[in-house]
Design a protein around this ligand. Structure first.
Ligand SMILES: Cc1cc2nc3c(=O)[nH]c(=O)nc-3n(C[C@H](O)[C@H](O)[C@H](O)COP(=O)(O)OP(=O)(O)OC[C@H]3O[C@@H](n4cnc5c(N)ncnc54)[C@H](O)[C@@H]3O)c2cc1C
Length: 342
């Protein structure tokens, strides 16, 4: 008969529930994060930075006890934590737990990989917004879901920058990016002073878990500035589905407003789409004064509506708070924050 201490294992299980109803259960070792547990057995969960900046691995905890590392960057705010949103890269388990993932298991976009591309166009949509059109060298290896982003690396710039794809998968091998030119930004300066047609760039893509919820029958998009990019891709992907869509688009100043004519043309081809635009400064007879959020009305939401928020973190937080006041629950909200340097 053997005596002695028996090792106590604190292994817990994470049940991962995908948007298409598929479920996978993974074991999460003591000290491991939920993301690490999933990646250890090659579950195709979406992630990027693993440091709490990008928000790609945020999932909804529906049961179980979790511990979130709040000592560094955290891609969700206090209200979202209370509502059960958990960054997989910062979350450990104190019990078995279940998580809903905001994307389907199938069809999955291609796994993130390194790509090269040629610049086909660098244009200015507004004084501080550049439109960058790229042609991938090997598009046959690349599929993405509208809403996802790329990490763009340019010659002579240290580090890559995250930019959402504004075009749709149907437009591959071309990819369009909408880039806000920020003061003293390295990529911003490169775009203004150096980048030209024919230059070559490197990409890591596709990344991120922002995307359409295929279970929704009605879609409300709230975009601030270049937060329009992923939202535009998603709206264009809705074409032909006959589902109602509303875009509330806001820019700070009238002279910074961009894509007005393109949005009007899109409405012409998508009768089920409504577009409302507001600016904080310089409103006129055509454009209302206010924020993207101020354009919302109570009857914009019903039980089949999913809302998609995208823009700077402050704008996304304000939008989330405002639509919660319209009675929208956390399960019906998808968000992407354009963290500086993200
Ligand atoms: C998932 C994700 C998707 C993104 N998609 C887009 C997109 O489609 N379009 C887009 O324009 N941006 C997007 N961003 C933000 C973008 O990655 C950064 O704005 C970009 O890194 C700025 O690069 P830069 O080299 O010009 O500035 P940096 O050299 O990286 O920064 C220089 C200075 O500017 C500040 N700064 C950087 N970005 C901003 C900003 N946005 N607002 C105010 N100050 C800033 C920095 O704090 C720093 O002080 C995204 C971010 C994330 C996380």
């Amino acid at each position: 008969m053997q005596h002695g201490w028996q090792a106590v294992t604190l292994m817990h299980r994470a049940r991962l529930i995908f948007q298409d109803g598929a479920e996978l259960t993974v074991e999460v070792e003591p000290g491991q994060t939920v993301l690490e547990g999933a990646l250890a057995v090659d579950v195709p969960v979406r992630y990027d930075c693993c440091t709490g900046s990008c928000g790609s691995c945020v999932v909804q905890c529906v049961d179980g006890q979790t511990v979130v590392d709040l000592t560094g960057k955290v891609p969700v705010n206090a209200d979202e934590l209370v509502a059960g949103l958990r960054p997989g890269c910062l979350t450990r388990l104190n019990s078995d737990a279940s998580f809903e993932l905001p994307y389907p298991l199938k069809p999955a976009p291609s796994a993130p990989a390194k790509h090269s591309a040629e610049i086909m166009g660098v244009q200015r949509a507004a004084p501080s917004v550049a439109l960058l059109t790229l042609k991938l060298d090997r598009a046959e290896d690349f599929t993405f879901q509208s809403g996802q982003y790329v990490r763009l690396a340019a010659p002579g710039i240290s580090g890559a920058r995250a930019y959402s794809i504004a075009s749709t998968p149907a437009e591959l091998p071309l990819i369009e990016l909408m880039i806000r030119l920020v003061p003293d930004g390295k990529m911003s300066r490169w775009l203004q002073e150096t980048a030209k047609v024919g230059d070559r760039v490197k990409l890591q893509a596709p990344l991120g878990s922002f995307g359409l919820d295929d279970r929704a029958r009605r879609h409300v998009f709230i975009a601030g500035g270049t937060g329009l990019a992923p939202v535009l891709s998603m709206i264009r992907s809705l074409r032909g589905r006959g589902q109602r869509a509303l875009l509330c688009f806001g820019c700070t100043r009238r002279q910074e407003l961009f894509y007005e004519a393109e949005l009007a043309a899109l409405v012409g081809t998508m009768p089920e789409l409504e577009v409302r635009i507001a600016v904080m400064e310089g409103a006129d007879a055509d454009i209302r004064r206010g924020t993207a959020v101020s354009l919302l009305q109570q009857d914009d939401f019903d039980a089949e509506t999913v809302s998609y928020l995208c823009g700077p973190p402050g704008m996304v937080d304000a939008a989330r708070k405002a639509i919660a006041e319209h009675g929208v629950g956390v399960a019906a909200i998808r968000a992407e924050r354009f963290q500086p340097g993200g």
